[in-house]
Design a protein around this ligand. Structure first.
Ligand code: ARG
Ligand code: ZN
Length: 881
């Protein structure tokens, strides 16, 4: 394990390298325990750098067996290995020189899954963020761009496939039972985009003809036998390539594009130049084994990694503080892609649900950090939903403020100005300032100030003057290291809905800047007055979730219903239903904690059921409306002193009340939304399945009977319906015979398919209540579990800790103690996985005092452990601060 350094990296300390890397030539002689890597790099001293500056290369757990300068062994007094660096002195002042480093690696023993490792017998690499330094000594930083040539030597029998970035420039036999392949990537790139794969894999092939008529070979490599399950990924890839040409004018730039699916992977996927490596979970899909959500995720992640080719690879980041430059922008691009492929409104609703359940809690807790952080101890801990999802929202706001056309011009300028370079957030924003001639200085605070802004709203209608005024006040809450905040530029899409359901024409406005349908809040408090408004309107604010904020605006049930029924923005309708649901839930929690039975406002239930039955609305939207705020949404709404048991029961009570009142509607939906046509993964079909499955949930609440769920389980012909029925059984009837049989049947049927068994683990891990922990513990003993595989660990332990609020935060603290032990154990093998799991406790301070105390003890236990990775130490420290 890596030893702890406690070093803090700060943006202010950024300095260019003293030497410039020109090219690097790598040779890998692959062996599970003794891989020899020879790295020959050509450098020259940067003009202006000190003439006596040493060359300082990064390394991590390396065994160096030879070091040459221009082909001659370097004297021992010319260099030093410090543990994390190789420091070489006395290098030429002006002429280029070549450094040759030979290292020995044991990929089979690399359980961190960073650098070169083996996954199910396949050699593969993960270099972002700092994995390349685990392969050889190098400038392992994103601003050191070099041209790579890679030679791979391996066993013919076990490694018929040998891949790296760029184009294959040669393949031949190489002595007894071996062969080699050479790859050349003409595009200069940073080390984090290097990749190598070697093994015995099957391949699915296709081609794509680019906008300028070049033919690109497309290859997706998977384990033998899994080829048919890569068809959807291939289709998504071709659609992504086409979309990036149409919408962003971006063409692919090599003759071949490859994707490899591996089964051991710390994250979702990786955009290595020309050779994307994926967690197989985000490649493999067919109707029998993948849910509609899996199909949607695969489409989004295939697109995301492909889009990185321009936003990330052609233009990369100057340093890791700029991570959101590539991630926030690329998430924005994949969101837009999915919105164009599917229903834009429903896509936006799912994005916002995700943002609120992941990023908002992060931004409100001890791990809050700016979209562009200025310090870190371990960069892997900054691949967060703040950098990714909030980063995407910030990009979206630029598009909202500038408008579609000007945003597009800004992107074109960015591609033109920074192609082939390593850029910063300031460079990016400058492009939009230049094309719009707008000062985005205040807007840029979105990159620098952490915390979710809270906007409080009040309105007033003056019937005599026919004036409607909107008063807004913004507060950005304090976050770690940032006590005081400056006011933000918050673009709020809005509309004024008149009593007849029509929208008021905007005539004049005073008090601030309004452009078309966007109100620009720029002061701490500001009152906008609209003139010539014929009747008291209802204000629909933050349409489309144009700004990632919390809004405090108490509207009457009538006004919210007006929005829910009449708003022309579907997202706003969903948001209104959501705003109606939250007080129902918080009210129920209050009642329950006083020992009373919860009661619900019939007007809310009526509004919800009206949406459910409204055939003018697409089924996917209706399913989203019926999904209710999550337990974590409710916890956030309550804010402090949360009792997860009460939150759970409140939510179940509301589901029950809706189910009872709407029984007829749900029975009807369950019938009419079913289809006898063969399965299709498209959005419209998925929407029908979602609505039908939602109806099943409500029916099983109304009837308090597992029979229908069991029947649905037995008849299901696709994974979406099958796993939903199993979820209803396992969550609501955990002790019934129907459930036990169904769980067993499911596991037997999918015995050889670990990705499907992950669903089986996850469903059981999220069964609510205090028994969940024992269930999780006994599932860990199952031969189907594998503690060494990140997907298994996340499916069982991760799902339990992140998604089972009542089970994990159970009153006696046993859930937290369990997680602490797991984190400590996993940390010895895979620090990234361990620290990610630990972030499940980020909202611990929002719990009631007794549970919070147990959480704190678990964190303190981790923190006091003598041998922690930098990753886990960093998270534990920040969570206790
Ligand atoms: N750049 C990858 C993406 O597409 C994520 C890789 C993160 N890996 C890591 N070990 N931190 O989002
Ligand atoms: Zn990414």
């Amino acid at each position: 394990m890596r030893t702890e350094t406690g070093q803090v990296f700060t943006l202010a300390d950024y300095k260019p390298t003293d030497f410039i890397l020109e090219r690097i030539d790598l040779t890998f002689e692959l062996h599970p325990l003794e891989t020899k890597v020879t790295a020959r790099s050509l450098f020259h001293r940067r003009p202006g750098a000190a003439t006596d500056a040493p060359l300082i290369l990064d390394g991590d757990e390396l065994v160096m067996t030879s070091l040459l300068l221009d082909g001659i062994e370097l004297a021992r007094d010319r260099y030093e290995e410090t543990g994390r660096h190789l420091v070489i002195d006395g290098l030429p002042e002006e002429i280029a020189f070549e450094i040759t480093v030979e290292t020995m690696l044991a990929p089979a023993n690399n359980t961190q899954l960073m650098g070169l490792y083996r996954s199910n017998g396949v050699y593969c690499t993960q270099c972002e963020a700092e994995g390349f330094r685990r392969i050889t000594y190098a400038y392992d930083r994103p601003d050191a761009l070099g041209v790579y040539t890679v030679h791979i030597i391996a066993d013919k029998a076990t490694c018929p496939v040998m891949l790296s970035n760029g184009n294959c420039i040669g393949k031949a036999g190489y002595g007894e039972g071996k062969h080699f392949a050479s790859w050349f990537d003409p595009h200069p790139k940073p080390s984090y985009l290097f990749a190598l794969v070697a093994g015995d894999l099957g391949v699915v092939e296709d081609t794509f003809t680019t906008m300028s008529g070049r033919e690109v070979a497309l290859k997706i490599y998977v384990e033998h036998g899994k080829e048919p399950r890569a068809a959807y990924a291939m289709d998504a890839l071709k659609r992504s390539m086409h979309w990036d040409e149409e919408v962003f004018g971006r063409e692919y730039d090599l003759d071949i594009f490859m994707i490899v699916a591996v089964s051991d992977f710390n994250m979702g996927a990786m955009e290595n130049k020309g050779l994307n490596i994926f967690n197989d979970k985000y490649v493999l899909a067919d109707p029998e084994t993948a849910t509609d959500a899996d199909f949607a995720n695969i489409e989004a992640i295939i697109a995301h990694e492909y889009f990185h080719n321009w936003t990330g690879n052609r233009i990369t980041c100057r340093d890791w503080f700029q991570l959101c430059l590539k991630e926030g922008l690329t998430v924005y691009r994949d969101h837009e892609f999915s919105a164009d492929q599917r229903s834009r409104a429903v896509k936006r609703i799912t994005e916002v649900r995700h943002l609120k359940s992941e990023q908002f809690p992060e931004d409100a807790g001890p791990l809050a950090h700016p979209v562009r952080p200025t310090r870190y101890k371990e960069i892997n801990n900054f691949y967060t939903s703040t950098v990714y999802e909030k980063g995407s929202e910030v990009t979206r706001m630029i598009a909202t403020i500038l408008g579609r056309e000007t945003f597009k011009q800004g992107m074109d300028l960015y591609f033109e100005r920074h192609d082939g370079k390593a850029a910063t957030i300031e460079d990016f924003v400058k492009c939009f300032e230049d094309v719009s001639e707008r000062d985005l200085g205040q807007f840029s605070r979105w990159y620098h100030q952490a915390g979710t802004p809270l906007v409080s709203v009040s309105t007033e209608y003056d019937a005599d003057q026919q004036e409607f005024s909107v008063s807004l006040e913004q507060i950005v809450p304090p976050t770690p290291g940032q006590a005081r905040k400056e006011p933000m530029h918050i673009p709020l899409k809005f509309g004024l809905i008149l009593p007849n359901g029509n929208e008021a024409e905007l005539d004049g406005v005073t008090g601030g800047d309004v452009t078309e349908d966007v109100l620009h809040l720029t002061e701490r408090s500001q009152t906008f007055t609209f003139t010539n408004i014929p009747a008291r309107p209802v204000l629909s604010l933050n349409r489309g979730f144009s700004a990632p904020i919390n809004v405090d605006y108490t509207l009457t049930t009538e006004d919210l219903t007006q929005i829910a029924v009449h708003d022309r923005d579907l997202f706003a309708r969903w948001q209104a239903l959501n705003s109606l649901a939250l007080p129902e839930l918080t009210g129920a929690v209050k009642a329950l904690r006083k020992g009373d039975a919860p009661t619900f406002n019939p007007a809310f239930i009526a509004a919800l059921l009206a949406a459910a039955a409204d055939e003018d609305l697409e089924p996917a939207f209706r399913a989203q409306a019926l999904a209710l705020p999550s337990e974590s949404d409710l916890a956030r709404e309550i804010g402090a002193n949360n009792d997860p048991d009460a939150n759970l029961v409140a939510r179940l009570s509301l589901l029950n009340a809706i189910g009872l009142t709407g029984r007829k509607i749900f029975a009807n939906l369950f019938e009419t939304m079913s289809s006898s046509a063969p399965f299709k993964p498209d959005a419209a079909s998925a929407g029908k399945r979602a609505l039908r499955n939602t109806a099943l949930t409500y029916l099983s609440f109304a009837d308090n009977d597992p029979t229908l769920a069991r029947e649905t389980f037995d008849k299901a012909d696709n994974m979406t319906d099958l796993s939903h029925a199993l979820t209803v059984l396992a969550h609501h009837y955990p002790d019934s015979a129907e459930t036990a049989e169904a769980l067993e049947a499911f596991a037997k049927r999918f015995e050889g398919n670990p990705l499907v068994l992950d669903k089986w683990f996850a469903i059981q891990a999220t069964t609510p209540g205090p028994d969940a922990l024992d269930r999780v513990k006994s599932l860990m003993e199952s031969p189907r579990f594998n503690a060494g595989n990140p997907n298994r660990v996340r499916a069982l332990i991760g799902t339990f800790a992140f998604s089972n609020l009542s089970g994990f935060a159970r009153a006696d603290g046993a859930g937290f103690a369990f997680l602490a032990d797991q984190v400590l154990d996993i940390d010895t093998r895979n620090p990234q996985l361990a620290s990610r799991l630990l972030t499940s406790m980020r909202s611990w301070r929002m719990l009631e005092p007794q549970r919070a105390e147990y959480a704190k003890r678990a964190l303190a236990k981790i923190d006091s452990s003598a041998s922690l990775s930098v990753d886990v130490r960093d998270i534990a420290e920040r969570m206790l601060q």
